[in-house]
Design a protein around this ligand. Structure first.
Ligand SMILES: [Zn+2]
Length: 106
């Protein structure tokens, strides 16, 4: 399904953005550690940015995996009756439940 693939590429983009945010947070903590190691607010701010980034990565990865699983669960090909062209509820039916045409040669 197209919407799942769209969702997955969106998640991938979000993971990249979240990764950048997480890295900025880590760098901020590092910069504050060098510039003003005694000012705790710097660690808190940098740490918060990093945590937001990491949460974003995990959340989007979860959603990506969910979409991937849903995509895998989708039937590859919906069986269709060759006579009436209705979608068959099962792939292995002896006859079409709609028009009664025999489907499996026996
Ligand atoms: Zn049929």
């Amino acid at each position: 399904m197209a919407y799942l693939k769209e969702r997955m590429s969106k998640d991938k983009g979000n993971i990249k953005s979240a990764f950048v945010v997480a890295m900025v947070g880590v760098v901020l903590v590092g910069v504050f550690a060098i510039m003003s190691p005694n000012v705790w607010i710097g660690y808190v701010l940098g740490g918060m940015v990093a945590v937001v980034g990491f949460i974003g990565i995990v959340a989007n990865e979860n959603d990506y995996n969910k979409a991937l699983n849903e995509l895998k669960k989708l039937p590859k090909k919906i069986p269709i009756c060759p006579n009436c062209e209705k979608e068959l509820p099962q792939s292995k039916l002896e006859s079409c439940p709609f028009c009664g045409k025999p489907l499996l040669p026996s």
